[in-house]
Design a protein around this ligand. Structure first.
Ligand code: HAX
Length: 442
């Protein structure tokens, strides 16, 4: 029988700890980066100040999970039954341990999720009790926050006697309990908001992606859409708003319920995860202005310029780190070319891929004119009948929780401390700037 995930993880943690301890003890004074005023005032872009071994984002290549590119992840992970897509459970195993699981190891995660997926009764009541017109992300965050009372970590911590070296253990239990429940929470929010509360009971024989599609009531290949969606959104190294928020909040020893609820709130901003909703809203405005006809390239260019000239961003384009087309966009585009090539909205998205980058270049502001993950994801949802686009970021939130929880478990295992950078005043920056010659590059 294969070793259980938790035992494997414990061994990995034991092996890893001396590396972090050695860096801290023997090399703590090694300079990693220097910081400029424009970085401090410019949203800390590019400052190397976080550690994550779960994923790494190369500006030209895109994201790697545990050293694997996304195409490698999709190729190597065990597939769901009757499907081309890997299971989300196998991705969780990879992110947590760094190993590609075999079928049996992936099945253990699926089994753990199945045992833990039932929602406490009060979660339905909390969702039912939310005021009218609450955004699905607000409801999602609130539901997760409310489950804080379930936290093993918090109970054990307050009971006393929980050794720092063991913090990761109840955090692992909280993580499995939370991740298992997110599809149930999300599909109930969907049922409540858009289907008069008529929810579909989950099927314990299905994997997470399959079960999510089942609870949404959408036939194949939506199960593969869900698997792909959760996997591509799982992690994007540690500095983006959602990942950083999750890490920051967890660093105060808030449990995963508090931390993931907070990260969901960061994801809900239009410059981050909400961009997938914004893309669809913007596309709908475009289609309305075209009376539903697919626009010509000239009409599309004019619409893009009008958006820019009115002081708005083009949603789904640009990135704080990436400097090429997002591989997450490309993976979803390949799926779309195979499965929804004739969809009028997808045709427009394809045209935007040609039209927007030269315009953003001509405008000369965006450092990266290429599409990001959010330019594609909503169109696929729309095609399969999920047309309530303010729900899209909830789907992103399920995926992103997987990576952030894996990071939080490792943060605890490696004993990362409370995060507390230092702030300065503008006057202090001015004082530092005076008398220091400005370096002009050739
Ligand atoms: N449309 C218009 N202008 C854009 C732009 C876009 N898509 N992307 C960047 N710019 C502008 C910025 O607003 C900024 O303008 P100002 O100098 O007037 O402030 C200028 O170009 C320089 O920005 P940048 O350095 O290239 O980009 P940032 O790191 O500051 O911001 C963003 C990165 C993703 C926020 C940005 O590209 C953007 O707003 N994109 C549109 C929204 C979007 O798609 N967000 C999702 C990103 C992926 C993600 O996190 N998903 O969850």
């Amino acid at each position: 029988m294969a070793k259980r995930l938790k035992d494997t993880l414990y061994e990995k943690i034991q092996d890893w700890r001396p590396r972090t301890e050695r860096l801290m003890k023997e090399y703590g004074d090694v300079v990693v980066d220097t910081i400029t005023i424009s970085q401090i005032l410019g949203g800390m872009r590019g400052i190397k100040s976080l550690v994550s071994d779960i994923s790494y984002l190369d500006p030209m290549e895109g994201i790697r999970y545990r050293g694997y590119t996304l195409p490698e992840v999709f190729e190597k992970l065990p597939k769901a039954k009757n499907s081309e897509m890997p299971t989300v459970e196998s991705l969780f195993y990879l992110l947590l341990t760094g190993d590609i699981p075999n079928e049996e190891q992936a099945a253990e995660v699926a089994d753990e999720f199945n045992k833990r997926r039932i929602l406490p009764r009060y979660i339905y009541e909390v969702i039912d009790g939310m005021p009218c017109c609450s955004h699905p992300m607000t409801i999602f965050s609130t539901a997760i926050l409310t489950m804080h009372r379930e936290s093993f970590f918090t109970k054990k911590y307050h009971a006393g006697g929980l050794h720092k070296a063991d913090y990761w253990d109840p955090t692992y239990e909280d993580t499995l309990n939370l991740l298992a429940k997110l599809p149930e929470v999300a599909t109930y929010i969907y049922a409540k908001l858009y289907r008069d509360g008529k929810r579909i009971q989950s099927n314990p024989n299905l994997d997470m992606g399959g079960n999510f599609a089942h609870m949404m009531g959408i036939p194949k290949p939506y199960d593969d859409v869900s698997r792909m969606h959760f996997i591509v959104h799982a992690d994007h190294e540690a500095g983006n708003v959602s990942a950083h928020t999750g890490h920051l909040v967890a660093s105060s020893l808030s449990d995963v319920y508090l931390s993931i609820s907070a990260m969901v709130n960061g994801l809900a901003g239009p410059l981050h995860g909400l961009a997938n909703q914004e893309v669809l809203r913007w596309l709908q405005d475009l289609m309305d202005s075209m009376n539903g006809e697919v626009p010509t390239k000239e009409q599309l260019s004019k619409f893009v310029w009008d958006t820019l000239n009115s002081g708005q961003v083009i949603p789904g384009f640009g990135h704080a780190v990436l400097r090429k087309t997002d591989p997450r966009y490309m993976l979803q585009r390949e799926f779309s070319l195979k499965n929804l090539a004739d969809d009028p909205l997808f045709k427009v998205v394809s045209m935007l891929y040609d039209v927007v980058p030269p315009i953003l270049r001509e405008q000369g502001k965006a450092k990266n004119p290429w599409p990001n993950v959010d330019a594609q994801s909503g169109v696929i949802q729309w095609h399969y009948g999920v047309k309530e686009y303010d729900f899209y970021t909830v789907l992103f939130g399920i995926g992103r929780s997987i990576g952030i929880c894996a990071n939080i478990i490792w943060d605890r295992a490696l004993g990362y401390p409370l995060e507390r950078p230092k702030s300065l005043t503008t006057a202090m920056l001015e004082d530092m700037a005076v008398g220091i010659p400005v370096v002009v590059e050739d």
